[in-house]
Structure formats: C-alpha cells, structure tokens
Design a protein around this ligand. Structure first.
Ligand SMILES: [Zn+2]
Length: 136
C-alpha cells in the first residue's frame, strides 16, 4: 500500500463533497438509491459503495444517538421545566426522534461515505496510482 503523494482528490475535497452529499470520488450526485439506501456504486463514476457496507451499517446506531441528543434530551428538559406536559413530551419524544432519524438518514449515509474516505483517501478510484478507470 503506497500512499499517493499527489492525490487528485484531497481530504478537503472529500469533506466539501461529503457535506453536500456528493460522491467523494467524482463530486457529483449519485450516492443514494433511495432516501434510506446507498447505491451499490456511484451512478456518475461507478465507484464501488458496497465494499464498505458493513461500515455504513453503523449509520442507524448513530441516528439513534443523534435523536437522543437532539430530540429526547431537549423534550425531557421541557417536561422538567413544565413547558410541556408529560403526555405531550412522550408523544413529541417518540414522533420527534422517529421523524428526526428519517430526516437525517440520507445525510448520515453520505457522511459515512465521507468519513470512510477521509480515513482512506487513497482508496478512491480517482486517487489510484495508475490513471484511467479500473475494471471490476
Ligand atoms: Zn462518483
């Protein structure tokens, strides 16, 4: 495993593209097959997205933690300070966290791809030492 001294795609590029939910390899939209699912490969450049599927499956647990921090804790505080009744708080907590996870799910998928390639920028086809597309 040689590190590429002159990568075409830098970590800054990967972060920019990831934040915008774009493919880290080509910078175009093509990661998401649906709201909840990544494509097997980027539709624009064909970069393989399936090989790190195990890594991306961590997305759901991150979603639960994010929902607890961003929804459940604020709702609990509102109940404690009697801004909300307990009943309203419970309903808001359940539907709020569910809605929150649904809302941020595609962003989390894209960001998992981003984090993976931030850790392994040489893994991008665009940064492969030999030029041109690789078969397979
Ligand atoms: Zn791509």
């Amino acid at each position: 495993m040689e590190s590429n001294p002159n990568p075409k795609v830098t970590r800054a590029d990967i972060m920019m593209r990831g934040a915008l939910c774009r493919c880290p390899n080509c910078g175009r939209r093509g990661l998401l097959a649906s709201w909840f699912r990544l494509n097997k490969a980027c539709v624009s450049c064909g970069m393989d997205l399936a090989k790190s599927a195990g890594f991306y499956s961590g997305t759901t647990s991150i979603g639960y933690v994010a929902a607890i921090i961003c929804v459940i804790i604020p709702v609990c505080l509102l109940v404690v300070f009697k801004v909300l009744s307990v009943g309203t708080g419970i309903i808001l907590g359940i539907f709020g966290s569910f809605g929150f996870i649904v809302l941020i799910y595609p962003v989390m998928l894209c960001w998992m791809v981003m984090v993976y390639h931030l850790a392994l920028p040489d893994d991008l086809p665009a940064n492969a030492p030999n030029d041109g597309p690789r078969a397979g």
